[in-house]
Design a protein. Structure first.
Ligand code: OGA
Ligand code: MN
Length: 281
């Protein structure tokens, strides 16, 4: 019998996990592996009304793998990063406007780090309107290709940059901003990520800047078309947050974005990031 009670939320992505509480997450040694298994099959796991406190969130995230500490200092609890547009709660809030576009976390690392394995987000304060988090299954996006497309796109390589994602939400940067974006190295990734499991997913989203060896505009148009196909409403799970919800996503197999919300909103999510060890290849 499975350790978790799981209800699928849409046919292609997302499932709700019922019957766990913070005590069980803290004490049940076998839950880490069960959650990772469920994440691999469902892409996104929703734990409604969990009310995990920040320390417990970090402890639970550790059951899934090593926790990222590179952004420590924005929250009193090590391992926690506040996701909010409120600059008084997070000094780097301006960068987070890029969460409004579809993306995969960690496609433009500062070094050669692999993309994060999973991201855990808990709602402390929700937006009055909007602010859902939307998820699309990037394995399903690959599977939806015809055989001919699978062949055509197998060798396609894409350069990802921080400039590409930031310029969408800040199209008129100051020279200093532009220089800061450009100081982050760009990364060339295959369009199709072949995972250790043998599964294949698409690497798309706001950081995808241009297609190697293709006319710039033609490449941009292709990236936009593929992203549009991958994120059709019938392939998306949209999570409407209530305070106390925790959501985990498999960053290897889903694209995500925040639905628009008022930039002056008090919306605040606490994030922990589980480091990955699988390069995009
Ligand atoms: C993130 C992110 C989306 C949201 O934390 O990486 O993309 O809805 N968040 O806040
Ligand atoms: Mn993100």
């Amino acid at each position: 019998m499975s350790l978790l009670t799981i209800n699928k939320l849409t046919p292609s992505v997302g499932a709700e996990v019922l019957g766990v509480d913070p005590e069980r997450l803290a004490s049940d040694e076998s839950l880490g592996a069960a959650v990772l298994d469920a994440l691999e099959s469902n892409g996104v796991l929703v734990f409604p009304d969990l009310h995990l406190d920040p320390e417990a969130q970090v402890a639970f995230s550790r059951r899934l793998g090593a926790v990222d500490h590179s952004a420590d200092g924005h929250h009193p609890v090590a391992g926690i990063y506040p996701v909010t547009l409120d600059k008084s709660k997070n000094a780097s809030a301006a960068y987070l406007r890029a969460t409004f576009d579809w993306h995969i976390d960690g496609c433009t690392p500062t070094g050669d780090e692999c993309p994060q394995r999973a991201t855990v987000l808990s709602a402390v304060q929700v937006a009055d309107r909007g602010g859902e988090t939307e998820f699309a299954n990037s394995y399903a996006a690959y599977e939806a290709f015809s055989d001919e497309e699978k062949e055509r796109y197998a060798a396609l390589r894409v350069v990802h940059s921080l400039e590409a994602s930031q310029s969408r939400v800040n199209p008129d940067p100051s020279p200093e901003e532009l220089a800061r974006w450009r100081s982050r190295p760009t990364h060339e990734h295959p369009l199709v990520w072949t995972h250790r499991s043998g599964r294949k997913s698409l690497v798309l989203g706001a950081s995808a800047h241009y297609v190697v060896g293709m006319d710039y505009d033609e490449g941009r148009a292709l990236l936009a078309e593929l992203l549009d196909r991958a994120t059709q409403p019938d392939l998306v799970y949209s999570h409407s947050w209530s305070v106390g919800d925790t959501v985990i996503w498999d960053n290897n197999g889903v694209l995500h974005r925040a639905a628009p919300y008022d930039p002056d909103s008090q919306r605040e999510m606490l994030r922990t990031t589980v480091l990955g060890d699988e390069p995009i290849q």
